[in-house]
Design a protein around this ligand. Structure first.
Ligand SMILES: Cc1cc2nc3c(=O)[nH]c(=O)nc-3n(C[C@H](O)[C@H](O)[C@H](O)COP(=O)(O)OP(=O)(O)OC[C@H]3O[C@@H](n4cnc5c(N)ncnc54)[C@H](O)[C@@H]3O)c2cc1C
Length: 380
């Protein structure tokens, strides 16, 4: 059954949401096990999604995108979130990297990459995190040192979504290692660049179908035209893009919360204990009443943030609230729902078990939730 649409998804956004759901729900149920086994979503799926306009929906048509705004991306993301699958790296590809290109790219960079990204012919990743620098991005060690008309990149990245399949990686590196945050720049690295290589696809406790990889740069030379925006502006650019990334994480959280609550209501009405459905026990009723309340409040807050983001741009503190609170509620509600499944909730063949394992990373990536609270506190 099609899930309810977000309140802002009316007219063409409603059609887009429903079309995305009709495609994604069928494909996810057919392919998610295979994605989990392969730790990756195959190119063929990206190409099909591109044909249907599900990639780069919020990128202008002149660059091959759907010509919509953030609501178009959010309509697709909301439908995908309700499938419960976390394999497809479209959030990073369309919601994050495409917007770095759109915001800071030269016409040449946009014309080269965005049309390929919109069809799914090129898959994109963003490499910020390193083995020794995650939350503290100023401490990153990857360098991009200018040598004539080229930058020479050295260093390693880890935990990179779409890492093993990416054709394009936006890489944060120090172009001036002595300048701290002011020495960070962003570079576009074509995955065919000599000296660029991929390490392991990492074995995670959840989100098994998502390709999360290590990347290495060993004297990888890129032309100076690969610089994305101005030299030394990388840290500022990352901070400016993070509210949208955090909002997208919130969309995933709310989809998962709603899915968990619906699945648990169904299960507890069907399963009997002590001669009656589990649903009739007062504890079950109270737990589900609480979870349904969280789901409703989370949805209202999220939809408000989505609309604010489109109208005026989401401020850092509200984006941080959206990210930490929705992902915490996601973990709490899913944990409470899983309990009501008993032993079945611990079995991977039950979607609630996967929702539980997949949820945990949400409190870590996009800036750990503790970092979000620091950001909020700074605004108080
Ligand atoms: C599935 C997955 C996908 C990811 N995808 C990407 C990607 O595509 N690109 C990318 O660049 N990165 C990606 N990441 C990395 C992610 O952004 C980092 O893991 C995250 O920023 C935390 O960095 P860290 O792992 O180095 O933890 P650390 O920085 O070592 O922090 C560990 C913990 O310490 C605490 N902490 C840290 N700083 C503070 C503070 N100031 N105050 C209070 N507590 C603090 C927090 O609890 C934090 O979780 C991904 C991670 C995962 C798990």
């Amino acid at each position: 059954m099609r899930p309810a649409r977000p309140s802002w998804a009316v007219d063409e956004l409603a059609d887009l949401h429903d079309m995305a759901w009709d495609f994604l729900s069928v494909e996810v149920s057919a392919r998610s096990e295979q994605w989990a086994r392969n730790q990756c979503v195959e190119r063929d799926f990206w190409l099909r999604a591109g044909e249907l306009g599900l990639i780069c929906a919020s990128i202008p048509e002149k660059y091959g995108g759907g010509g919509g705004n953030f609501l178009h991306h959010a309509a697709i993301s909301s439908a995908y979130a309700r499938t419960g699958d976390r394999s497809w790296g479209n959030a990073v590809h369309s919601g994050v990297v495409a917007h770095y290109l759109l915001s800071y790219g030269t016409d040449e960079q946009k014309e080269r990459w965005l049309p390929l990204m919109a069809t799914g012919e090129a898959i994109a990743a963003i490499g910020l995190s390193e083995p020794s620098a995650g939350s503290d991005l100023k401490a990153l060690r990857t360098t991009a040192i200018r040598d004539g008309d080229e930058y020479v990149i050295n260093g390693s990245k880890t935990f990179i979504t779409n890492g093993s399949s990416a054709d394009l990686v936006v890489v944060a590196a120090k172009t001036d290692p002595a300048a701290g945050a002011r020495g960070v720049s962003l570079l576009l690295v074509d995955a065919t660049t000599p000296g660029f290589s991929r390490g392991r696809v990492l074995d995670k406790i959840g989100q098994h179908g998502a390709d999360t990889s290590e990347l290495h740069f060993d004297n990888a030379r890129v032309p100076v035209s690969s610089l994305l925006g101005a030299e030394g502006r990388g840290f500022h650019q990352i901070m400016a893009q993070l509210p949208q990334e955090r909002l997208i994480i919130g969309i995933t959280a709310v989809g998962a919360i709603e899915l968990a609550v619906d699945a648990t209501i169904r299960h507890t009405k069907e399963r009997e204990a002590f001669g009656a459905p589990l649903f009739d026990l007062q504890n079950t009723r109270f737990q589900l009443a609480e979870s349904a309340t969280y789901a409703r409040v989370a949805r209202e807050f999220l939809d408000n943030c989505v609309i604010r983001h489109v109208r005026e741009g989401l401020d850092d503190a509200t984006a941080a609230m959206c990210k930490w609170w929705l992902t915490q509620v996601q973990c709490d509600v899913i944990d409470s729902c899983l309990q009501l499944f008993g032993g079945y909730g611990y079995m991977r063949e039950y979607p609630i078990a996967r929702l539980y394992a997949d949820a945990r990373a949400q409190r870590i990536y996009g800036g750990a939730n503790e970092i979000q609270k620091e950001l909020i506190a700074r605004s108080l």
